[in-house]
Write a protein that binds this ligand. Structure first.
Ligand code: DX5
Ligand code: ZN
Length: 221
């Protein structure tokens, strides 16, 4: 069985108790913290910056923090997020005027680097950079909000991306983000994903341990 990572998205957490919430989902079995950064410019919503990532580290969160930048421009916030404790930094190609340079900047800062493709962004956009990617993130909702429904057409793109990564024998993580829940996570895994972002499906549940165990059970099918 693939080495699957489940990454709760903080967007659906109770921000008044963020450290506690993140600690609870990690204790409940989550692998990675998905840290959604929005600037109310690239996407029509506003969330948090590097200082909140730093606060999570100071609170004692030592799990992998996967920073999903939905911001434009991108480059100048990469060093602050790296210094604040980000492990993975992903960004949208539409938000960078030089994707190769932004990927290199993330790696220079000591973080793993990834590209994020929106539902309408073709897989070809990632092709020139595919060997450089530690993570390829395929959005299965349009970015900006949690609690949206999974876009089923994404499954085709996931299969195509998995075929591409396997053909090139790349160790790149294939991450899917948006609308993932107990009813679709197994199908998304069968399509070839190995990293699953879930915000509302986890944080809206009243038992994180039970929800994560059920997700694991679905992935073990
Ligand atoms: C949306 C974010 C996602 C979102 C996922 O722009 O990138 O990470 O928080 O939330 P759910 O799982 O509720 O769709
Ligand atoms: Zn995200």
């Amino acid at each position: 069985m693939a080495d699957y990572w489940i990454a709760p998205s903080i967007l659906s957490a109770d921000f008044a108790r963020l450290g506690e919430e993140v600690s609870n989902v990690l204790d409940a079995g989550a692998d990675v913290v998905h840290f959604d950064v929005m600037d109310n410019h690239f996407v029509p919503n506003l969330t948090v910056g590097p200082m909140v990532c730093k606060s999570l580290r100071e609170y004692g969160i030592d799990a992998v923090i996967d920073v999903h930048l939905m911001i434009e421009p991108v480059d100048q916030l990469i060093p602050p997020f790296a210094n604040a404790g980000a492990d993975i930094i992903t960004f949208h190609p539409e938000a960078s005027d030089d994707v190769a340079r932004t990927l290199a900047l993330i790696k220079q800062q000591g973080c793993k680097a990834g590209l994020v493709l929106n539902p309408e962004t073709p897989l070809d956009v990632a092709l020139p950079h595919i060997e450089e990617l530690d993570v390829l993130l395929l959005m299965s909702v349009n970015p900006g909000f949690g609690g949206q429904s999974f876009i089923p057409q994404t499954l085709t793109k996931i299969r195509q991306a998995r075929a591409l990564l396997d053909e090139k024998q790349l160790p790149t993580r294939l991450q899917v983000d948006g609308g993932i829940n107990l009813d679709n996570i197994a199908e998304i895994a069968r399509a070839g994903a190995d990293m699953f972002v879930a915000g509302s499906a986890i944080f809206a549940s009243d038992d994180y341990q039970a929800t994560l165990s059920q997700m694991r059970a679905q992935l073990a099918q």
